[in-house]
Design a protein around this ligand. Structure first.
Ligand code: ATR
Length: 284
C-alpha cells in the first residue's frame, strides 16, 4: 500500500534543449518548437549556453531539473563522448555526438544522428538515387565529413574519394575508415569528380560571408547527385554550378531537419515529419 503521507509524483513536462557555446544562432529551438506545437505535446526545447568548463556539471544537473535529453553542438560534440556512460558505435566511429538521452537509470546515452540526417535528406529529395552504384566524392574532411563518410560506407558505397585543403585530415580519415577511402590532392580536386555518382561539399565554403567553393566541375557527370552541407544560403554557388551542368542537386537544410528527428522521437514520444511546413518554420 502506498503511504498516504507521500505526496503523489507531480506530472512531469519533458524538457530538452541544445547545448552549445555560443548557441544563440542555433535553429534547433525553432525546429523542435515547431514540432511540439504541431503535435500538441506538452514539452519545451530551449537553448542552453554552456561554457566548455561547465559541460560536465551541467550534464549532471539537467536530468535532475526535468530534462530528458539534449542536442549538443559546437564546441561540445567531441568532449561529450568522454562524459557519456553509453556511446553508440556510430558516435564512437565519428568521434562526436549530437544527441543525448538522459536515461531513467541515470546513465547518459550519446548518439550521432548526422549521418542519418544526411542519408534521409538525400533519400527524401532524390528518391531514385542509388549510392551503391558508383563512387562518392567528398570535399572536406572535418567533423561533418566524418559523419557523411560513416553513413555512405554503411550504405554500401563502393568507393569514397576525399580531398581536403589540409591533406593530413583526409589521410587520417583513410587510416580510420579503411581502404574504401581514396585520398586525392586538393589541387587536383576536379579529377576526383570523374565518374562520381554522388558529390558532397562538406567544407564550410560557400556559406554566407565566406568565399564560394571554387573547383572545376568539368569532369562532373550530369547523372551525379550533388549536395552541399552548407544551408545558408540554401542555393550555394556550388549547387548552382552543378545544376547548370544538368546535375540533380539537394540542399543541406534537410540534413539539419532529419538529424533532429531521432532525438525528438526519443524525448517526446512522437516520430516527427520533415516537410515543407517545417522548412518554412525553420527558415522564418
Ligand atoms: P565541420 O564540423 O563543419 O566539418 P571543421 O571540422 O572545422 O567543421 O571542418 C571544416 C572543413 O572546411 C574542413 O574540411 C576545412 O578544411 P581544413 O581541414 O583544411 O581546415 C574546410 N575549409 C574551411 N575553410 C576552407 C578554405 N578556405 N578552403 C578550403 N577548405 C576549407
Amino acid at each position: 500500500m502506498t503511504d498516504p503521507t507521500t505526496p503523489p509524483e507531480p506530472e512531469r513536462i519533458p524538457l530538452a534543449g541544445v547545448i552549445g557555446w555560443p548557441v544563440a544562432h542555433s535553429r534547433s529551438p525553432a525546429l523542435h518548437g515547431h514540432w511540439l506545437k504541431r503535435y500538441g505535446i506538452a514539452g519545451h526545447y530551449v537553448p542552453l549556453p554552456v561554457m566548455p568548463e561547465h559541460l560536465g556539471s551541467v550534464l549532471h544537473m539537467l536530468p535532475k531539473a526535468g530534462f530528458v535529453g539534449a542536442n549538443v553542438t559546437i564546441p561540445h560534440k567531441e568532449a561529450v563522448l568522454a562524459l557519456a556512460d553509453v556511446v553508440t558505435d556510430r558516435a564512437a566511429l565519428i568521434g562526436a555526438a549530437n544527441t543525448l538521452i538522459f536515461r531513467p537509470d541515470g546513465r547518459l546515452h550519446a548518439d550521432n544522428t548526422d549521418g542519418h540526417g544526411f542519408m534521409a535528406n538525400l533519400r527524401q529529395n532524390a528518391p531514385d538515387w542509388v549510392p551503391e552504384l558508383g563512387p562518392a566524392a567528398i570535399i572536406g574532411a572535418g567533423g561533418a565529413a566524418r559523419a557523411v563518410v560513416a553513413a555512405l560506407l554503411e550504405t554500401g558505397v563502393p568507393e569514397i574519394r576525399i580531398a581536403n585543403r589540409t591533406r593530413l585530415r583526409a589521410d587520417q580519415l583513410r587510416a580510420e575508415f579503411g581502404a574504401r577511402l581514396v585520398v586525392h590532392d586538393w589541387v587536383q580536386i576536379g579529377n576526383m569528380l570523374d565518374g562520381a555518382a554522388t558529390v558532397v561539399n562538406a567544407t564550410s565554403m560557400g556559406m554566407t560571408g565566406r568565399p564560394p567553393l571554387r573547383i572545376s566541375l568539368d569532369a562532373l557527370s550530369p547523372s551525379a547527385l550533388v549536395t552541399d552541407l552548407v544551408y545558408t544560403p540554401l542555393d550555394t554557388p556550388f549547387l548552382i554550378d552543378a545544376r547548370s551542368r544538368g546535375c540533380r542537386t539537394v540542399d543541406g537544410l534537410g540534413m539539419l531537419l532529419h538529424q533532429a528527428a531521432p532525438g525528438f522521437e526519443r524525448w517526446f514520444g512522437h516520430r516527427p515529419e520533415v516537410d515543407d511546413e517545417l522548412r518554412r518554420a525553420v527558415l522564418a
